[in-house]
Structure formats: structure tokens, C-alpha cells
Design a protein around this ligand. Structure first.
Ligand code: ZN
Ligand code: ZN
Ligand code: ZN
Length: 159
């Protein structure tokens, strides 16, 4: 398995490590909500899964070969869909996107982002999730999504 040696990033810690298996799981998850995984959405998710680090929308656009008519709005719509269904997160400080391997279960998107190599590792942070939800609800605010970005130095770069 190549996975054990790959640098830390936010992909698939819980979902199948195999990209096709992951995509099939994602498709089932989306279908269960009565939504549809179109070709472009699936392709964008595949690119995110295959990207060794958080991917920029324009890099995705460049790599959408075979989908020549894809324009920036198409990509952004696909990325919005993936975020709304919890299959991807946007890391604002990098202006980049990552696939999420935890879409099927409760977690808060807490990212550990390395200042040296830009690797982004996603934590489950279930207690953070609970606390954030409780405080958000207490404030009378309806949360749709939250991404917490923690900056620092990753294991590999600290070594
Ligand atoms: Zn996630
Ligand atoms: Zn998980
Ligand atoms: Zn690093």
C-alpha cells in the first residue's frame, strides 16, 4: 500500500483508500440524499482525491481533460456541491480544496495545515464539533458549515 508512505493530507483516512471504491461510496452517500453525482462532480472529486496537497480550482480546471467545455463556473458549482454534501472542504487560507474521507460520520473539519509544506491533515475533533454546535445554537445561529484552520508545523517538517 503506497498510502502509508504518502505525505499527510486530508484524504480518505476513514473511507476506502482505493479511489474508485471511494467514489462509489460517495455516489451511494449522495444518492441516499436524493442527489445526483454527475460526471463532472465525480471527476472533480477524483482530482481532489488524487491531489497530493489541497487543490486550487484553476489546477482542477487544467486537469479536467476530456471535459473540455468545463469553465470556471462549472468547477465552482461542482465544488459547492461537494462541500454541501460533505465530500470536500475548502481551506480558505490556502484558497484550495480537499476531499473529505469522513463524510459519512460526524466530525468537524479541523485542519492542521503545515506552514512549510502546505500539507493539510483533517482531525475528527468530535468534542470540538459538539462544543461548537452547542455554542452556535446557544447564540441562535444556524450553522451550515465550519472549517477550522490550525497553522503550524507537521510531523514530517518538524523531524
Ligand atoms: Zn471532513
Ligand atoms: Zn473519519
Ligand atoms: Zn510539513
Amino acid at each position: 500500500m503506497a498510502h502509508a508512505d504518502t505525505p499527510l493530507h486530508a484524504n480518505t483516512p476513514c473511507s476506502p483508500q482505493d479511489v474508485d471504491a471511494f467514489l462509489n461510496e460517495a455516489e451511494t452517500l449522495v444518492a441516499r440524499r436524493g442527489l445526483k453525482m454527475t460526471r463532472i462532480r465525480r471527476k472533480v472529486l477524483r482530482l481532489l482525491l488524487e491531489s497530493p496537497e489541497p487543490a486550487k480550482a484553476y489546477d482542477l480546471l487544467d486537469n479536467l481533460d476530456g471535459e473540455g467545455s468545463a469553465k470556471p463556473p462549472t468547477i465552482y458549482r461542482a465544488l459547492d456541491f461537494l462541500q454541501e454534501t460533505g465530500l470536500a472542504h475548502k481551506i480558505e487560507s490556502l484558497n484550495a480544496y480537499v476531499a473529505c474521507g469522513h463524510a459519512s460520520h460526524n466530525h468537524s473539519a479541523v485542519f492542521l495545515i503545515c506552514n512549510s509544506c502546505n500539507a493539510a491533515e483533517e482531525l475528527h475533533a468530535t468534542s470540538t464539533n459538539k462544543a461548537l454546535r452547542a455554542e452556535t445554537e446557544a447564540a441562535g445561529f444556524t450553522m451550515t458549515r465550519a472549517v477550522i484552520e490550525v497553522r503550524g508545523t507537521c510531523r514530517d517538517c518538524a523531524a
